[in-house]
Write a protein that binds this ligand. Structure first.
Ligand SMILES: *Cc1c(COP(=O)(O)O)cnc(C)c1O
Length: 230
């Protein structure tokens, strides 16, 4: 099996190539290495290879890994569904929370971040595929939530995130990624702020080139770097 170091090199090259094909600056796409259920040793191997952005899905696992790795250069991204009673493990600690799906959660994150003397960078998760099994707000409700979250003092709303329905053929996921970008563009017009919501968190191991073609600024890649999860 290829090493984490080799995998990272391959993925980074593919990200750059996809950005260049899309006429974009490769530096505009941040690779978030999804380390959920992978050992601290594997995370350290990735850090040694220069990777400093990591994504975690479970609040306590994030807390434990942050403690164990304890490297101030690392930026931890929270990408799982977050219950209000777990916000204390995440807000004011993670670099970004990609998965805000309601006003109450956003308020809790904001309150906690303020207590920690900071502002939490967050994204709103949108359920572009309308699947019952997926979290995220409906696209129709996104603009309203954006406006409300922008009014919360402890929160800096930086963008939108989505997890599309799985398709064997990644080209069939591209319409969902396009839909997220177009939704973002409509919200910008609606709120009269052409530079709002700069970040789009979209794209996984098997489809990140499609997401980059549609404007992703965060790709969340686990399997292609760390191998399959148990
Ligand atoms: C697990 C996970 C990923 C990574 O998926 P891979 O297919 O392993 O790259 C990305 N985003 C979210 C929200 C995840 O839960």
């Amino acid at each position: 099996m290829a090493s984490v170091t080799d995998n990272l090199a391959r993925v980074k090259e593919a990200i750059s190539a996809a950005a260049i094909r899309a006429g974009r600056d490769p530096g505009s796409v941040i690779l978030v290495a999804v380390s959920k259920r992978k050992s601290p040793a594997m995370v350290r191997e990735a850090i040694a290879a220069g990777q400093l952005d990591f994504g975690e899905n479970y609040a306590q696992e994030l807390r434990d890994k942050m403690r164990e790795i304890a490297d101030p250069r690392v930026r931890w991204h929270f990408i799982g569904s977050l219950q209000k009673n777990k916000v204390k493990y995440v807000a004011g600690k993670a670099y970004e929370v990609h998965t805000v799906d309601g006003l109450e959660l956003a308020r809790e994150i904001g309150a906690r971040a303020e207590r920690e003397g900071t502002r939490a960078r967050v994204m709103i998760e949108v359920n572009v595929g309308g699947e019952a099994s997926k979290s995220g707000v409906d696209p129709e409700a996104a603009a309203g939530l954006v406006e409300a979250v922008r009014g919360i003092a402890g929160v800096e709303l930086v963008g939108l995130m989505t997890m599309p329905p799985f398709e064997e053929d990644p080209a069939r996921e591209r319409p969902y990624y396009r839909a997220l970008r177009e939704l973002r563009d409509r919200i910008r017009t609606e709120i009269g702020e052409p530079a709002a919501l700069p970040e789009l968190s979209m794209g996984l191991s098997h489809d990140f080139t499609e997401a980059i073609a549609e404007g992703a600024t965060r790709v969340r890649i686990g399997t292609a770097i760390f191998g399959a999860r148990e």
